[in-house]
Write a protein that binds this ligand. Structure first.
Ligand code: HEC
Length: 98
């Protein structure tokens, strides 16, 4: 599940959320909103899974975060959630400020 999530993340999310999932992707500089930083332990909390799934499916209206509900299957979106919610276990927190 996580391996699939990591693969999907590399294909679709790295540009904005960054190689290290810390919100510092190549395209994040030009955005008016900072992409979420998944090294924040907030994302490892159980209630964050539903929030992440919702954001991935519907996007975050009014921000550059796109909706993936039609582009990615339900399984793929949950695989991404499994990836996101496990980032902070592997990567030390990296503050979003730059
Ligand atoms: C075009 C840039 C862009 C791409 C591509 C992108 N995101 Fe985002 N994402 C953002 C931005 C900007 C935010 C912050 C939105 C805000 O201010 O609440 C965000 C926020 C999020 C959030 C947090 C929402 C919340 O409730 O705080 C999640 C989860 C997320 N993205 C997952 C993903 C996943 C998974 C992918 C790949 C399938 C992805 N994003 C691709 C720009 C992007």
């Amino acid at each position: 599940m996580r391996a699939r999530g990591a693969e999907l993340y590399r294909e679709n999310c790295v540009l904005c959320h960054g190689e290290n999932a810390d919100g510092r992707g190549a395209r994040s500089m030009g955005l008016d909103r900072t992409p979420a930083n998944f090294t924040d332990p907030l994302w490892s909390q159980p209630e964050s899974a539903a929030r992440a799934f919702q954001a991935i499916t519907k996007g975050v209206p009014g921000t550059p975060m796109p909706a993936w509900g039609t582009a990615l299957s339900t399984d793929d979106r949950w695989a991404l959630v499994a990836f996101i919610t496990s980032v902070s276990e592997r990567t030390p927190a990296n503050p979003t400020k730059r």
